[in-house]
Write a protein that binds this ligand. Structure first.
Ligand code: DON
Length: 570
């Protein structure tokens, strides 16, 4: 059996784990009924103030990359659970002329990292060591990513893109009910992990409308505004970061920081029906998994079966089972492990994988191993989508991993550290925070990037921009992006309806299907249960923020009502 049942994190089921990290992912709040027709540009992201920052940049004549950079920094202030300068992410870019590119600003393991660094002397994972300690943090990539993106595609001045975030940090902003809830829920951890005071700690409970001021973060952002890359990876901020690591038992060095470089990578590009999917290559598993899933369901009449009907759900779950099994073995940082991209995306291989699927009963996951090839070849994240008046498009997913990352605020520099090291496979067969398992491909090695599920994606139709899409949600990211694309392409939904529609998720192991409440009618649920599907009621899955270019030429946004997500256009 490929699955080691030694589950770390105190043997909590995936549904509970997902609900623990999901704060911020699941902020209920705004309704997104705005159905104006915007022709000039649009920003959809996780927080109203950050969407406003992006829109202002577009209106000033900035392009989609300029707006995205401003949004990244604004989210680092307004969405402390996930927006970040202490984390990393991926960008998929499509220029108006059809050229595409991707930027990998994923965190890296420090040079002193070792394969067994999270195991005790008996070889077992030390609980929470890869999540809430200084060692949990990978070398942050977000600032270098933004600098790289600006150097290559930016139009406005760098300083003008960082300034709105500085203003939000220094003057403060009004927090929403859900951010207040998330901050209150995390007080004990903030206190335990930050012996001095941080601005997230408060003697009386946070409430909606309170103003959150982050002076130290404002100071750090000011250095980034004035010195760019050197404002973060060198000088006082780098010194504060290294001091924080030394005091807390971390293993970063200044050389680690100075050696960090984001990487431009060739996008993964594939077809689904008459659509072209432009998505993220490894070290994300998302792009490959998304294309495998789309191919696995392509020849079936989903439209005729209907959205979330039994045949549709069964087919999707069976495709997901096989794709996540492959993920566990074949996906990792391509600079360290030869990912068999062509084999995994070979239509004949994917069809072969689906052959063991039967309509009569669920395929037990224990009987599905990662595939073999003939001739093996050579709870926190946030997503935002931006388009500008020329038709350039940006899809960025960025993360600290868990909600508020490691919950450790760098003393003096005021930003949160990620806990992305947990995305590595600490030990073969031992699940990470999201229940994902892995092996050699994703083992810890010095300077290696940990495997991700983040799936920022851009879809073309007839050679023209069609959709910009992505979401947070850990392992559920891939399935949420997949279902959102199906909702538009196969179920004829508009962008907002496709985002609102109820989702479900399955990932090979555990052998369960997670359902948002109301996703299935009673009869459909019973039919699936009869065939052996173990259905678990789940909290809201993902927070998809997407943009559709309609056939009439205007942009239609889809801002996830599961959160404070906001679409603004002009
Ligand atoms: O890169 C990944 O796949 C994870 N670190 C993403 C975490 C996440 O989406 C949590 N958010 N809600």
């Amino acid at each position: 059996m490929p699955y080691n049942t030694h589950i770390k994190k105190a043997c909590l089921p995936l549904a509970i784990l997902l609900s623990i990290f999901s704060f911020g992912c699941v902020r209920g709040g705004l309704t997104n009924t705005d159905s104006h027709e915007y022709y000039n540009g649009m920003v959809v992201c996780a927080y109203p103030d950050a969407s406003q920052v992006g829109l202002d940049i577009l209106k000033k004549g900035g392009n989609a990359v300029d707006a995205a950079i401003a949004v990244q920094f604004a989210l680092a202030v307004t969405v402390p659970e996930a927006g970040n300068i202490g984390g990393g992410g991926f960008m998929v870019y499509r220029a108006a002329d059809g050229q595409s590119n991707t930027l990998d600003f994923r965190e890296k393991a420090p040079a002193a990292a070792t394969t067994n660094m999270f195991l005790d002397s008996a070889g077992n994972p030390v609980p929470d060591m890869s999540l809430s300690t200084h060692k949990a943090s990978g070398i942050p990539g977000s600032v270098d990513g933004m600098v790289e993106a600006h150097n290559k595609y930016g139009k406005l001045n760098w300083a003008d893109l960082v300034q709105p975030a500085i203003d939000l940090a220094n003057s403060g902003f009004k927090i929403t009910k859900e951010l207040a809830h998330d901050l209150n829920k995390t007080q004990a951890e903030f206190k335990k992990l930050n012996p001095g005071k941080t601005y997230f700690i408060k003697d009386t409970p946070w409430k909606e409308g309170d103003i959150l001021v982050q002076g130290d973060l404002g100071k750090t952002l000011t250095l980034i505004r004035d010195k760019g890359w050197y404002g973060f990876y060198d000088g006082p901020v780098a010194d504060e970061l290294i001091a924080e690591m030394k005091n807390g038992g971390g293993i970063f060095t200044k050389t680690d920081l100075q050696n960090y470089h984001a990487i431009w990578r060739k996008p993964i590009i594939g077809k689904y029906k008459n659509y072209t999917i432009i998505t993220m290559p490894p070290p994300s598993s998302g792009g490959i998994a998304l294309l495998q899933l789309l191919h696995a369901v392509e020849k079936y009449p989903l439209h005729r079966w209907g959205h979330n009907q039994d045949s549709t759900v069964q087919l999707i779950v069976e495709a997901e089972r096989r794709v996540y099994a492959d993920r566990s073995k074949y996906l990792g940082d391509p600079d360290f492990f030869k990912v068999p991209v062509d084999s995994l995306l070979n239509p004949a291989y994917i069809n072969q994988r689906m052959k063991t699927f039967s309509w009569d009963a669920a395929t037990p996951s224990a009987s599905v191993l990662p595939g073999t090839f003939v001739g093996y070849e050579s709870t926190q994240t946030t997503h935002y989508s931006v388009v500008d008046r020329d038709g350039n498009a940006v899809s960025i997913t960025t993360t600290l991993n868990n909600g508020f990352g490691s919950k450790i605020v760098v003393k003096g520099a005021g930003f949160l550290l990620n806990d992305e090291m947990d995305d590595f496979s600490e030990k073969p067969g031992v699940p990470n925070l999201f229940g994902l398992i892995g092996g050699t491909a994703n083992s810890i090695q010095p300077n290696k990037r940990m495997l991700s599920s983040m799936t920022p994606t851009i879809v073309e139709k007839d050679g023209k921009l069609f959709m910009v899409v992505g979401t947070p949600g850990g392992s559920t990211i891939i399935t949420s992006v997949f279902q959102t694309i199906l909702n538009v392409v196969d179920f004829d939904m508009g962008m907002q309806d496709a985002v609102d529609a109820k989702r479900f998720h399955s990932q090979w192991l555990p052998d369960e299907v997670y359902m948002e409440s109301g996703a299935l009618d009673t009869l459909t649920r019973q039919k699936l249960q009869k065939k052996g599907y173990k259905i678990i009621n789940d909290h809201p899955i993902g927070r998809v923020d997407a943009i559709l270019k309609t056939k009439w030429g205007y942009y239609e946004g889809g801002a996830d009502p599961r959160g404070d997500d906001t679409k603004l256009g002009y």
